[in-house]
Design a protein around this ligand. Sequence first.
Ligand code: PNS
Length: 162
Amino acid sequence: MKQQIAVYPGSFDPITNGHLDILMRGLELFDKVICSVAYNIEKKALFSVEERMDLIKKSVNNSDHVLVDSFEGLLVDYVKKVNARFVIRGLRAMSDFEYEFQMASMNRNLNKDMDTIFMMTGKDFFFISSRTIKEVAAFGGCVKGFVPEVVEKRLREKFSIK
Ligand code: PNS
């Protein structure tokens, strides 16, 4: 039987427990989820793409059902390249909706065979974003419970916090 593959794309700078929640729930719908880090020219990243991939791999305990990858260029081209049809995105609030709606609509116009599946962020993760995590960590705040332990440790190292 054909395996159903979905792509979960994002900046993941760094991966949070909110991302992990979406990823794990995605695995209940698909045989394999490719978690793919985008080379985003517009965003200045804290972690390199390789560091981000490493943090994702460690956060999912090298699960056989999660493939960690990266991509450059258009998402639609990447989705075609890996023979997937579905893209998973998490939705936190109305503020996410406009951006996500625009992106999903553009992607669908570029490739009619591709579909975006939105999953509501788990109730414990609505307020979490990579941006706020970095801000809290940069000022020495505690991000325990918001990110995987390996990410928490790496953030402390990045910001030289004991
Ligand atoms: O985690 P993010 O930063 O919200 O992820 C956004 C991402 C990487 C999924 C999006 O910017 C993307 O798909 N970039 C690749 C370029 C592209 O295909 N853009 C969509 C056309 S609007």
